[in-house]
Design a binder for this molecule. Structure first.
Ligand code: 13P
Length: 249
């Protein structure tokens, strides 16, 4: 069975004043059984987030090279040294704002693995692609081109985030989430020896209100959460909802 994981992506949010929220989330995580809780703060807070046990500290990006003349960038070994154990890679905001393409994302995944970090690979279709009936085609291309050979359940998590569901309050229809996750599971199983065990997260406007019904769906092993991960009050109920998911869904 794939591991159950809740990951909070803080994006470009969080000054030191937000650290008490991390402490509250870490405290709660000790009581949430069978679920790994990941927090990806801005890099400025990463060493302080990494001091908490009970949560896995994560970064939100890295450069594909380990070192070099790349002003402003951070490498995977640097992020590992700062406390990261996992890295979100290929997020749609990176793909849109920084023109990241699948081939570059694949390079970042390799760099993360090389530094001993697990990758949370993000994939997702735009609204136009969804309306055009191209969701599966787009996801298949992204999965094939941005996930290199060598993916295992230990070094990789896949997060499906429909771009048009991020920060909008929109969630995909439940039967559509199930269909997409089934397709991703099948493709991972066909390509990698242990591909069926890679955790599949859903993301896009996941909240305390909708988490339980999303987690009831087959092949949804957790969530990648943006806005609702910024406070313990909103995030902990999502962690609890995953802990209550039935064993075989
Ligand atoms: P929201 O939960 O704010 O929609 O963000 C989702 C996301 O992009 C997580 O990576």
């Amino acid at each position: 069975m794939a591991a159950r994981i809740i990951a909070g992506n803080w994006k470009m949010n969080g000054l030191a004043a937000a650290l008490p929220e991390v402490a509250r989330i870490a405290d709660a995580a000790h009581d949430v059984t069978g679920v790994e809780t990941v927090i990806a703060p801005p890099v400025t807070l990463l060493p302080r987030v990494a001091r908490h046990d009970g949560i896995t500290p994560a970064a939100q990006d890295c450069h594909a090279a380990d070192a070099g003349a790349h002003t402003g960038d951070l490498s995977a070994p640097m992020l590992a040294e700062a406390g990261a154990r996992t890295e979100i890679l290929g997020h749609s905001e990176r793909r849109a704002n920084h023109a990241e393409r699948d081939v570059q994302v694949a390079g970042k995944v390799r760099a993360a693995w090389g530094a001993g970090l697990r990758a949370i690979l993000c994939i997702g279709e735009t609204e136009a692609q969804y309306r055009g009936g191209r969701t599966v085609e787009v996801l298949a291309r992204q999965l094939a081109a941005s996930l290199p050979e060598g993916a295992t359940p230990e070094n990789t998590i896949v997060a499906y985030e429909p771009v048009w569901a991020i920060g909008t309050g929109i969630t995909l229809r439940e039967d559509e989430i199930e269909r997409v996750h089934r397709t991703l599971r099948d493709r991972l199983a066909a390509r990698f020896a242990q591909g069926a065990e890679v955790s599949l997260l859903y993301g896009g406007s996941v909240s305390a209100e909708n988490a339980a019904s999303i987690f009831a769906l087959r092949n949804v092993d957790g969530a990648l959460v943006g806005g609702a991960s910024l406070t313990a009050g909103k995030f902990v109920p999502i962690m609890n909802a995953l802990a209550e998911k039935g064993a075989y869904a």
